[in-house]
Ligand binder design. Structure first.
Ligand SMILES: [Zn+2]
Ligand SMILES: [Zn+2]
Length: 444
């Protein structure tokens, strides 16, 4: 049976099914998936602990990547390694022909010393899975194993995107990395998926309708989502202010780069409060500053590094222009000059509204409506956006908090951890998202 004919048959069968029968089919499938998840859970916890014990920094994910490729090959999947350095792309074909849906999992860890004393704590000193990418990798591998066992439920294929270097490379790094490089190397082609899903662990979130003052935990068993804009354009800049050196006792003979930098920093903050529409979210943060040689020398040079966060792409461009204007004005006013190296690092993740709407019923069916929470978008950055720029994407949060187990710390901190029960939720959520979107696509 050729692919098109098979697709037609599936579509005809699916269309003929009344809505209640479709729901019943999904519910039967959920029960089968749950059973497999329970059977395999202990193995997946061990897998997660293995990855957690051996965290690797961005673009150094050799061991993790080898482990991923080995497990996927053991399932008989088509596996491509060495994508964007240590990325792995694999294709799982269902029993019937149909479109392809992609799932992304990032694999890298952070330069943080782990402080929680668990049996699975990091064995790589100063490196830690403090962003939950160990759980992301586990969920995607577990998904491959689950769907491999239930291939009959798959109307098409699933592309797995195991990604290196999500946490970004140092500012001195030249070239592209992570998701952007995977896309450039063709990870989203042959076959091109119709949608891409990704999850991210979260312990603390801000649900829609709440204020920043309260702490809200996203518990294991819960899912969080945003219906459109999910996070920010995340950029970096490096500014150098050039003055003129002089004796500290005779500042009039030089140009004090430190005094000019101080004025420039304050003026940059006025962009947000006085020069842009207050309805447009904007963050300009300066995180590093270095300058001067000695207490009695007028500094010749100051270097500053920082980040800019916005949602809108055109607004982002206008902010860059305003930064140049402010820097030019403040430096010229004092006889100094400046250089700014501004890099657009990660574009904002914008979830596809239709895909979100189509997926939420699956999540509510599986976990109950009370456990599927709409969230307020944050100003963080994530390079899942590069995949979601190619095809419609849905990036959601996987709750990992558990107050009774003392798992309440936020990401990128030395106490971060994930309640392993969340692996079950992650696998089931991804499996439903994939199967339902493939089934829906064959109807069109
Ligand atoms: Zn992170
Ligand atoms: Zn992360």
């Amino acid at each position: 049976m050729n692919a098109r004919f098979s697709l037609l048959i599936w579509s005809a069968v699916w269309l003929c099914l009344p809505a209640s029968a479709q729901r019943e089919e999904a519910t039967t499938r959920d029960a089968r998936f749950r059973q497999t998840v329970e059977e395999k859970f202990a193995d997946w916890v061990e897998l997660r602990r293995d990855i957690h014990r051996h965290p690797e920094l961005s673009n150094e994910e050799k061991r993790t990547s080898a482990l991923v490729a080995e497990r996927l090959k053991a399932l008989g999947l088509e596996v491509k390694t060495g994508v964007a350095k240590h990325g792995v792309v694999a294709l799982l074909k269902g029993q019937s022909e149909g479109p392809c849906v992609a799932v992304r999992a990032d694999m890298d860890a952070l330069p943080i010393k782990e402080l929680r004393s668990t049996p699975y704590r990091s064995q790589n000193p100063g490196v830690m899975h403090a962003c939950g990418h160990d759980v992301h990798t586990t969920c995607a591998l577990a998904l491959a194993e689950l769907l491999h066992r239930h291939k009959d439920q798959l109307r098409g294929s699933v592309k797995f995107l195991f990604q290196p270097a999500e946490e970004a490379m140092p500012a001195t790094f030249q070239g592209d990395w992570g998701a952007k490089l995977m896309v450039a190397e063709g990870a989203m082609e042959s076959p091109k998926p119709i949608a891409v899903f990704g999850l991210h662990t979260a312990a603390i979130v801000q649900p829609a309708g709440t204020t920043d003052d309260d702490v809200h935990y996203l518990k294991a068993g819960q899912i969080g989502y945003t219906p459109g804009i999910d996070n920010a354009n995340s950029d970096r800049f490096h500014i150098t202010i050039h003055g003129k050196m002089a004796h500290g006792s005779a500042p009039h003979k030089g140009v004090d780069a430190i005094a000019v930098a101080a004025e420039a920093i304050m003026a940059l903050q006025l962009i947000k409060s006085r020069q842009t529409n207050t309805r447009q979210p904007l963050v300009i943060s300066i995180g590093t500053i270095q300058g001067g040689q000695r207490e009695n020398i007028i500094a010749e040079k100051v270097e500053m590094g920082g980040t800019v966060r916005t949602y809108d792409a055109a607004f982002r461009d206008s902010v860059i222009e305003q930064m140049h204007r402010v820097l030019k004005g403040t430096t010229e006013a004092h006889g100094a000059r400046y250089e700014m190296d501004y890099r657009k690092t990660y574009p904002s993740i914008i979830n596809d509204r239709k895909l979100v709407e189509a997926t939420l019923p699956s999540f509510r069916r599986l976990f109950g409506s009370e456990n599927v929470l709409e969230l307020i978008p944050g100003m963080g950055g994530e390079d899942f956006s590069f995949f979601a720029q190619v095809v419609p994407g849905f990036y959601f949060r996987l709750g990992v908090a558990n107050e009774e187990k003392g798992i309440t710390a936020g990401g990128h901190t030395p106490l971060y951890d994930c309640d392993e029960e969340s692996i079950k939720t992650g696998v089931l959520a991804l499996a439903a998202a994939v199967c339902d979107s493939l089934a829906a696509a064959t109807v069109k």
